[in-house]
Design a protein around this ligand. Structure first.
Ligand code: G
Ligand code: MN
Length: 409
């Protein structure tokens, strides 16, 4: 077995010039360390090396393999290399490899990032940019649990932007974050019964919406650190200016992600805040997005049950944006369903859309669950959700998210 000299990550092959290369592949062997557990680290490295040797024998003579570490390689292939067609037409099929070492066959997992030079023709990238694009594709594969991703020109910038946001979030002060509130109104009389609290981040002089920073905050678990001061400020507002302006019956809702729910001390934190501010937890709704996966027997579900025991109302947010997780209704203590704008917007013009939402509303009514139509922007949408007998509505038409100073005076 031949062993390459480890090369520095940005090393480039002598023969592959920009004009010659067709496909570049960043390979990470045993990316989830399952082989290291099953076979031991050294054996895993030997198995990975054997795979690379076998691959080298199938590649064209001009192909270059650069070893980046024990378990990482960078491969430069000509566009007409014999392994390129299978690589590009079935990239996902390369994630699991059978590798023969010393008469035994081992399973080897791979994650790979693939750059097609043709996709970057407009960019005229240098070799460093190609390597970075391959790494960006590999990173996407790892983050999303895929075996292979083909790089697209924007990906590298997305990764860099995410890291930039993560760095800024990491060093953000508590008062760089603030809560906005959006009214949730009764559809029979238009009275505002409560407000959804929505986190905003002030970064470089402008207000950033959760859609920009939440994916990063969640992917990096920064959300867990950011979450507590945000929750505390909602309790302060509820006990203070919200109740002063609107009485003691109105509610607030708080969005929690599955990662926040992994923290089993969270219900204790809610109970302490409720006691300190003397607010009933029945006035606090918890919104959990349908897109977040919550296993009924897992930690996050236990935390939800505990919050429910304390009196909090548990709602499924964005219903219809993912896989319509009606399972949550059966397995979790759900009191509210918030129907996503993607189901609400088509209601005025789609009979089948209305039929689906009607079925959800009937199921909710039969099980005593409150329904909220989200993202109502037009009068037609409002009429449609009222006709379907939604209990509550929310959306720009009924009120935009605003800072508390502007809402509660
Ligand atoms: O996932 P969740 O439903 O918590 O997201 C709420 C987000 O939706 C907020 O950031 C809010 O600004 C936004 N939003 C609220 N009302 C509307 C609306 O009527 N239309 C659209 N497009 N977005 C809305
Ligand atoms: Mn929400």
């Amino acid at each position: 077995m031949t062993v390459d000299q480890p090369a520095s990550p940005d090393a480039r092959p002598d023969r592959a010039t920009r004009a010659e290369w067709g496909v570049t592949v960043a390979i990470s062997a045993d990316p989830y360390h399952r082989g290291a557990v099953a076979y031991g680290r050294e054996r895993s490295a030997v198995i990975a090396e054997a795979f690379i040797d076998a691959t080298r024998r199938r590649m064209g003579a001009t192909a270059e393999i650069i070893r980046r570490s024990d378990l990482e390689w960078l491969v430069w292939l000509d566009a007409d290399d014999p392994i390129v067609p299978a690589l590009l037409s079935r990239p996902w099929s390369h994630g699991a490899q059978a590798v023969d070492v010393d008469g035994a066959t081992y399973h080897l997992e791979l994650a790979i990032g693939i750059v097609r030079a043709a996709d970057f023709a407009d960019d005229v990238p240098d070799d460093d940019a190609v390597i970075s694009a391959a790494d960006a594709a590999l990173s996407k594969a790892l983050v999303e649990g895929l075996s292979a991703v083909i790089a697209s020109p924007g990906q590298r910038l997305v990764v860099r932007r995410d890291i930039e946001v993560a760095n800024a979030l990491m060093t953000a002060a508590d008062d760089d974050f603030s809560m906005y509130y959006q009214p949730i109104v009764a559809l029979d009389g238009s009275a505002t019964l409560g407000w959804e609290s929505l986190l905003r981040w002030s970064w470089r002089g402008s207000i950033v919406e959760p859609a920009v920073f939440m994916p990063v905050a969640e992917a990096t678990t920064l959300i867990v650190r950011m979450g507590r001061p945000a929750i505390a400020s909602v309790f302060r507002d509820l006990a203070g200016r919200i109740s002063s302006a609107h009485g003691d019956d109105v509610f607030v809702s708080i969005n929690l992600s599955a990662k926040q729910l992994w923290d089993e001390t969270l219900p204790g934190y809610f109970a302490a805040l409720a006691a300190r501010h003397r607010v009933a937890l029945e006035r606090v709704w918890i919104e959990v997005s349908e897109i977040d996966v919550i296993e009924p027997s897992g930690v996050a579900a236990r935390t939800l049950f505990a919050l429910h025991e304390l009196g909090c109302v548990i709602g499924v947010d964005d219903l219809g944006a993912g896989f319509s997780a009606l399972r949550y209704v059966r397995d979790l203590p759900i009191g509210v369903l918030k129907i996503d704008r993607s189901l609400v917007a088509p209601l005025p013009r789609s009979a089948s859309g209305r039929a689906v939402v009607r079925a959800i509303c009937e199921m909710a009514a039969a099980t005593g669950i409150t329904t909220v139509a989200e993202g109502i922007e037009t009068g037609d949408e409002l009429d449609a959700v009222a006709a379907l007998r939604f209990d509550l509505g929310q959306g720009y038409l009924l009120g935009r998210p605003l800072p508390p100073d502007e809402l509660f005076t």
